[in-house]
Ligand binder design. Structure first.
Ligand code: AOF
Ligand code: ZN
Length: 358
């Protein structure tokens, strides 16, 4: 870490340091699940004297790294932390105790921890120890940082994002934009960020290979492949890339998967009827908090997946890539399930960005 940044607007000091917490927390994007990303900054006499972030579940929390970084300078400092300090013994001891022991003066918290075993007890504990605590600085930013963690803490279900591509004239496409899959591209970033990706075997017809994030030191998602085709065998590509080392296949009794996946060490689940709920339940049981439902092209398979994801209220987010292509074939029009449900859906927090932005 080692950055000692001092440039800031005088009247937005708290916001400035909290944004720095979020910035350093994001160094661990894709690595902390099922834990949240957390960043912590210690400030004394207008200078940052310590910084830390939570790198991975099982490793020390952000506050512990920041306290270690500050050493003796932690005493009487103001602590900025993007998530309420924990107050329980989990895989690691409570951060509240470490902060009290270090004799910090004030703690500024981005958001309260939705984890029911923390939920404001961290704030209460610090206040009881005589430490001044302020809550809710850059709260929206802190919540955005951990949208998947918050969702799964509050609902017990994985955070599901649907992704697909459209041509400018509104047809469905199996393509991704040229920049999307490169390092820094939105698709490469999504793969790095999400714990799992769901793909359908129908994508296997177009020289399919398992997608991999190109981010430096990327954390590749578990690849969940829906293999469904009663009329001809589903061919699984050779697992060569690192990305493909984590694969699970969901199939049904009517489908013949080739070559035999069990012999190749790939976990295969055979269901009576493939459905998203069962797959998401698997994700939940395996601690996968964020799932990318990646739809490539419009074919029979996805008609059903679309319908289920909308009707069962499974989706938290939709990412649509608009490709600079006009007049695709009529076969690729939007699935009926999507057009017929459209009128009932209202999306919140719409944002758009140019493909050249990261
Ligand atoms: C913090 N700072 O950096 C993080 C916190 O099993 P453990 O010990 O890692 O505890 C995990 C829980 O601690 C997690 O569910 C969340 O409530 C909180 N995470 N808290 O004070 C951190 N990562
Ligand atoms: Zn903690």
């Amino acid at each position: 870490i080692g950055v000692r940044c001092e440039v800031k607007e005088k009247d937005d000091e708290d916001g400035f340091y909290m944004r720095r917490c979020v910035e350093i927390a994001r160094k661990a994007v894709g690595c902390t699940s099922p834990n949240p990303m957390v960043g912590c900054v210690l400030v004394k006499d207008g200078k940052i004297v310590g910084e830390g972030f939570h790198p991975k579940a099982g490793q020390p929390h952000a506050e512990v790294f920041a306290l270690r970084d500050a050493g003796d300078l932690a005493e009487n400092s103001t602590v900025y932390v993007s998530l309420e300090p924990c107050n329980h013994f989990g895989r690691t001891p409570p951060c509240t105790e470490a902060l009290i022991k270090a004799k910090v003066k004030k703690v500024v918290v981005g958001m309260v921890d939705p984890n029911p075993i923390v939920a404001s007890t961290g704030v209460d504990k610090l206040r009881d120890a005589g430490i001044d605590v302020m809550v809710g600085v850059e709260e929206d930013l802190c919540k955005k940082l951990n949208e998947a963690y918050i969702h799964q803490m509050l609902t017990g279900k994985p955070f599901v994002t649907l992704r697909y591509s459209l041509t400018v004239d509104g047809h469905f496409s199996d393509q991704l934009g040229e920049e999307a899959t490169k390092s820094g591209g939105y698709y490469s970033q999504l793969l790095h960020e999400y714990d799992a990706i769901i793909l359908s075997s129908t994508s296997l017809t177009n020289k399919f290979s398992f997608p991999a994030s190109e981010e430096p030191g990327a954390n590749q998602p578990l690849q969940i492949l829906i293999a469904r085709n009663p009329s001809s065998p589903v061919q699984i590509p050779v697992l060569t890339t690192e990305a493909a080392s984590k694969v699970i296949i969901f199939t049904d009794k009517e489908t013949n998967v080739e070559p035999k996946t069990a012999e190749r060490g790939i976990e295969t689940v055979v269901l009576d009827r493939i459905n998203l709920m069962t797959i998401l339940d698997y994700c939940k049981r395996h601690g996968l908090c964020s799932v990318l439902l990646d739809i490539r092209g419009n074919n029979g398979d996805f008609e059903e997946i679309f319908r289920e994801s909308f009707e069962q209220n499974i989706l938290q987010k939709v990412v649509v890539e608009v490709l600079p292509i006009w007049n695709r074939s009529k076969e690729e029009r939007l699935p009926m399930a999507l057009t017929s449900l459209g009128q009932r859906l209202k999306l919140r927090n719409f944002t758009s960005r140019n493909s050249s932005e990261s």
